[in-house]
Design a protein around this ligand. Structure first.
Ligand code: HEM
Length: 464
């Protein structure tokens, strides 16, 4: 490909600000959806001085991330803001992290037990409200965060432990302000620096979070027993020791302090908000559509009653499974995916894209693709059911993205969503608070790094 070949079309950029003034900064993915109608499935936008190529629609996103993932053709690498970004060790760190998470329970019976146990703690919190309205945010974040804690540090926390309360609420705040318009503007114009108050708050919160993690690592290092690793951090420390012994042979080892910190923080950032938010969307949707909630509860009580739910029950609970999938589709919590970057000059669908260009796989456009879904803008569990009520997979179900950098926690997240959701449905009926009608429960997202439901309360009315 030559430089002369035209790049993807797009709205005309203004000097300095690019297309910023045309974007709805609270919901940039909506503006990008509009552009895709006008400019097609591969188009260019300028976020301030940064050129971004957007991929839109199931066919194009799949082609970009999966079909052309061959190094000779299109290949996108991640991503500023998340570790394993620009430098090579992401490959080794990703492999190490996946193997370890598997060892510490991901995808195994032990993991099911851990999630079930945590779901019981969560139920106890809900029960204490005795059916009165509650905001599910904090207990849900704590329950999901504890799954990551036990995998990363090797132990869970009590919900009233002040250290844990701070850890979880700070992480939540980081995600919220990290996606705020003012921080987005700062990312595009870093020279604004301290003039952006939210950026200062973000930096303080991140430092606090990092220091707390360093303290946890110190305690773990002091009590480390290489024969009995308690979690991911222990394995990392053991691996680090091994590397030190052979240092001369591995000069660029990725197993250093900074990568330990960044990897642990990444697991919290990527693994808590996302799953907790999806579950909160699920409960809100159930409260909004009580007839669907009745169907879910009927299926669960007919198939498993009140016994502990296991992953293998999923195949016998097709309606419940369809509701969970449809929740992930409609909630669309990572609307623009995570940014990727081209690793070489490429020609994609006839457009020239230069090496190093940022690429957004616009996941909204896949999850709401009108050529793929019968009712893209409604909550319609039948998207995932055949005429006999059996569960069917759909290709355009891509909330975890696709290809080589697909979400590393997909297996864990799917297990958590299923076990937490079914356990909660076994124990409670979720309803709108007194005086609020189901129509008034809004399915409108609030701005943040992931799409959260707008602040709301629900009643968890015990069933047993
Ligand atoms: C419902 C829950 C979740 C959703 C919707 C979700 C979605 C995503 C998406 C869209 C990406 C970007 C993939 C890409 O670059 O194309 C991603 C990356 C990632 N996710 Fe998740 N995620 C979820 C849960 C989790 C959990 C529980 C973990 C932790 C174990 C996790 C860890 C990660 C990591 C580490 C990455 C970066 C992978 C890499 O750079 O190679 N996620 N996730």
């Amino acid at each position: 490909p030559s430089q002369k070949e035209p790049g993807p079309p797009g709205p005309r950029p203004f000097p300095v600000v690019g297309n910023l003034l045309q974007l709805d900064l609270k919901q940039p993915y909506n503006t990008l959806m509009e552009y895709s109608k006008q400019y097609g499935s591969v188009f260019t936008v300028w976020l301030g001085p940064k050129k971004v190529v957007v991929l839109a629609g199931y066919k194009t996103v799949k082609e970009g991330l999966v079909d052309n993932a061959d190094p000779q053709q299109v290949r996108f690498l991640l991503c500023p803001g998340v570790v394993w970004s620009n430098h090579e060790p992401w490959r080794e760190l990703r492999r190490f992290t996946m193997t370890n998470l598997r060892d510490y329970g991901m995808g195994k019976r032990a993991c099911e037990d851990k999630i079930t146990e945590e779901a019981q703690y969560l139920c106890n919190v809900f029960k204490n409200f005795k059916g009165k309205p509650l905001d599910t945010t904090q207990p849900m974040n704590q329950a999901v965060s504890n799954i990551i804690c036990s995998m990363v540090y090797g132990s869970r926390f009590e919900y009233d432990d002040p250290k844990f309360v701070t850890l979880v609420s700070d992480a939540n705040r980081i995600m919220r302000i990290g996606g705020s318009p003012s921080v987005q503007i700062y990312n595009m114009f870093p020279w604004l620096g301290r003039l952006v108050p939210k950026r200062n708050e973000l930096i303080k919160l991140k430092e606090k979070n990092e220091n707390q993690n360093r303290q946890f690592f110190k305690n773990l290092r002091e009590t480390l027993n290489p024969q009995m690793c308690r979690g991911f951090v222990d394995s990392f420390l053991v691996r680090q020791k091994k590397v030190r012994l052979t240092e001369e042979r591995v000069p660029d080892s990725p197993f250093d302090e900074d990568n330990l910190l960044q990897t642990a923080l990444q697991l919290f950032a990527a693994g808590t908000e996302t799953t907790a938010t999806t579950l909160r969307w699920g409960l809100l949707i159930m409260a909004k559509y009580p007839h669907l909630q009745d169907q879910v509860r009927e299926e669960i009580s007919r198939v498993i009653g009140s016994r502990q739910v296991l992953t293998e029950d999923r195949k016998d609970l097709p309606f419940t499974d369809a509701v969970i999938h449809e929740t992930q589709r409609i909630a669309n919590i990572v609307p623009m995916g995570l940014p990727h970057r081209t690793s070489q000059d490429i020609t994609f669908q006839g457009h020239f894209i230069k090496k190093g260009t940022t690429v957004f796989p616009l996941l909204t456009s896949v999850l709401y693709d009108e050529s793929q879904w019968e009712k893209p803008h409604s909550f319609h569990p039948a998207h995932f059911l055949d005429k006999d009520g059996k569960f069917v997979k759909r290709n355009a179900f891509m909330p975890f993205s696709a290809g080589r950098r697909i979400c590393l926690g997909e297996g864990l997240a799917r297990m958590e969503l299923f076990i937490f959701f079914v356990t909660l449905m076994q124990r409670f009926r979720f309803t709108a608070p007194p005086g609020v009608s189901e129509e008034e429960l809004e399915l409108v997202p609030r701005v943040g790094l992931s799409l959260n439901p707008t602040a709301h309360e629900l009643c968890a009315v015990p069933c047993l």
